[in-house]
Design a protein around this ligand. Structure first.
Ligand SMILES: Nc1nc2c(ncn2[C@@H]2O[C@H](COP(=O)(O)OP(=O)(O)OP(=O)(O)O)[C@@H](O)[C@H]2O)c(=O)[nH]1
Ligand SMILES: [Mg+2]
Length: 403
C-alpha cells in the first residue's frame, strides 16, 4: 500500500507560530528543522510565514489576516503544499484546506510520510502503516475529498488516498490486522534476541542525523546506510564487535526528533525493544548543532516513554570537527556573551562536567578521539560483562592495556 517513488521537488510553504515561551531564534530553529524534514520528504520550501500568537487559533491555527496573506501567496505562486509546524486538529485541517485549496500537512503527517518513504523492510513498513492508520482514523471524514486524487506526492503516500471512501470500520480492521502482523514478527525477533545469549548489549541512541550510523560503521566496520537527511535509519541493525578480546553487541536504531508523533513511538515500540533491553546506552549528540541541548531533552523524553531513562548512559558528543563557536566581539560592550560563543572547552566546564568521564567528545567522520571512545566503552562493557560472567574476569585485560 505504501508507495515509494521519486517525486519532483514540490513547492512548499511553511507556517509556524511564535508563542510567548519561544523566542524568535528558537522559532527559526524549529522552522529550519521543518524545512529539513520537508527537503527529506522531497519538497522545496519557497516561503515561511510566522505569526506571534499566545495560542494557535482553534479554527485555523493562524489568524484570519495572516491566513489571507497565505491564501494570496499560495494562489499567486502556484503552491501545491502548505505545511504547519505542529499537529493540526482534524477540524483545523478541514477548515484550512477549504480556505487554501491545496494540500495541507502538519508536522506529524510529514514525519509519517518520511517514514513511509524510507521504510525498507516489511517490518518497518508494517509499523509505519499502523501509525498512518492511527493518524488517519479520527480524520477520515471529508479529508481531501475536494482535491483531485492523482495529486500524490508528499503526505499522500499511504492509506489516506486509496481508502478515502471507505468507512472507519475498514481502517479499524486494518489496524487490528497490522497489530497482529507486528505481534507475529515481534515473537520471531524476541526469539532471535534470545538466541544471542547473554552478551552485553550496547545501543546507540540519539536525535536524528547526529551520526549514529556513521559511528556504528566506524566501530563495527559495517555498512549501515548513513546520509545527511533525517531518518536515514528506520530498522535496527545489530553487530557483534570486539574490543580487547571482549565481544559485545552494538545496535544502531531509528533517530528521535522533537515532537515525535505518538503514533510512531507506539508502533515503533518493538523496534525500540533493542534500546529497552540494552545494558548500556551511548547517547550520541551532534554538538555542532546550535540546538543540541534541546535535542538531548527530546531524546531523554522518548527514552522515558519507553522506560529506558535510568540505564547506564555515556554521552557521546559527536561532530567536534564541525563545531564552531559564534564569533564574539570583546570590544562590543552591549552584546552579552552567550552559550553560542562557547568553545568546546568552555562547554566542558558547564553541566557537562557533572557527568565526568561519561562525556566523550569525538568526530566519527574524522575518527578523532576514537581511541578514548573505545577505551571508555570497553571499560563499561567489561564491568557489566564480569558481573554477568564472574568466572572469566581474568580473560580481559585492564583498560590501560588495550589498544
Ligand atoms: N562533520 C561531521 N559530520 C558527521 C560526523 N558524523 C556523522 N556525520 C554526518 O552526519 C550525517 C548524518 O549521519 P548518520 O550517521 O546518517 O546519522 P544518524 O544519527 O544515523 O541519522 P538517522 O539514522 O537519520 O537518525 C551524515 O551526513 C554524516 O556524514 C562527524 O563526526 N562530523
Ligand atoms: Mg542512522
Amino acid at each position: 500500500m505504501l508507495e515509494k517513488k521519486d517525486i519532483n521537488l514540490e513547492k512548499v510553504v511553511l507556517i509556524g507560530v511564535i508563542t510567548r515561551e519561544q523566542d524568535e531564534d528558537l522559532s527559526k530553529e524549529y522552522l529550519d528543522e521543518l524545512e529539513f524534514l520537508t527537503y527529506t520528504a522531497g519538497g522545496e520550501v519557497v516561503k515561511r510565514f510566522t505569526q506571534k500568537l499566545d495560542m494557535p487559533n482553534p479554527k485555523t491555527f493562524i489568524g484570519t489576516g495572516k491566513m489571507n496573506d497565505v491564501q494570496e501567496f499560495v494562489k499567486e505562486n502556484d503552491i501545491g503544499t502548505v505545511i504547519f509546524d505542529d499537529e493540526l486538529s482534524p477540524a483545523q485541517e478541514r477548515n484550512i484546506s477549504k480556505i487554501l485549496n491545496c494540500k495541507i500537512l502538519d508536522r506529524t503527517n510529514l514525519i509519517l510520510d518520511i517514514f513511509a518513504q524510507r521504510a525498507q523492510t516489511s517490518y518497518a513498513r508494517t509499523q509505519v502503516e499502523l501509525a498512518q492508520c492511527q493518524y488517519l482514523l479520527p480524520r477520515l471524514k471529508g479529508m481531501w475529498t475536494h482535491l483531485e486524487r492523482q495529486k500524490g506526492g508528499i503526505g499522500m503516500r499511504g492509506p489516506g488516498e486509496t481508502e478515502i471512501e471507505t468507512d472507519r470500520r475498514i481502517v479499524r480492521d486494518k489496524i487490528s490486522l497490522l497489530k497482529e502482523k507486528i505481534k507475529t514478527i515481534d515473537k520471531q525477533m524476541a526469539v532471535q534476541r534470545g538466541n544471542r545469549g547473554k552478551l552485553v548489549r550496547v545501543a546507540l541512541v540519539g536525535y536524528t542525523n547526529v551520526g549514529k550510523s556513521t559511528l556504528m560503521n566506524v566501530i563495527s566496520k559495517s555498512e549501515v546506510f548513513a546520509e545527511n537527511k533525517l531518518f536515514a535509519t528506520l530498522d535496527t541493525t545489530v553487530r557483534k564487535v570486539v574490543i580487547g578480546n571482549l565481544p559485545f553487541l552494538i545496535s544502531d536504531t531509528v533517530g528521535f526528533i522533537r515532537k515525535l508523533p505518538t503514533q510512531l513511538v507506539d508502533s515503533f515500540k518493538s523496534t525500540l525493544d533493542e534500546v529497552r533491553e540494552a545494558d548500556l546506552l551511548l547517547h550520541v549528540v551532534d554538538i555542532s548543532h546550535s540546538n543540541f541541548e534541546e535535542h538531548i531533552e527530546s531524546v531523554n523524553q522518548v527514552l522515558e516513554e519507553i522506560d529506558s531513562k535510568g540505564k547506564p548512559t555515556i554521552m557521546v558528543f559527536n561532530k567536534i570537527d564541525a563545531y564552531e563557536a559564534a564569533p564574539f566581539d570583546e570590544e562590543d560592550l552591549i552584546i552579552e556573551r552567550t552559550k553560542a560563543n562557547y568553545s568546546i572547552d568552555e562547554w566542558k566546564q558547564t553541566w557537562m562536567s557533572k557527568i565526568g568521564d561519561n562525556a566523550l567528545f569525538i568526530s566519527a567522520l574524522n575518527r578523532e578521539n576514537l581511541d578514548d571512545f573505545k577505551k571508555r566503552v570497553y571499560k563499561e562493557v567489561r564491568e557489566i560483562h564480569v558481573t554477568r560472567f564472574p568466572y572469566n574476569e581474568f580473560l580481559y585485560p585492564d583498560v590501560e592495556d588495550i589498544e
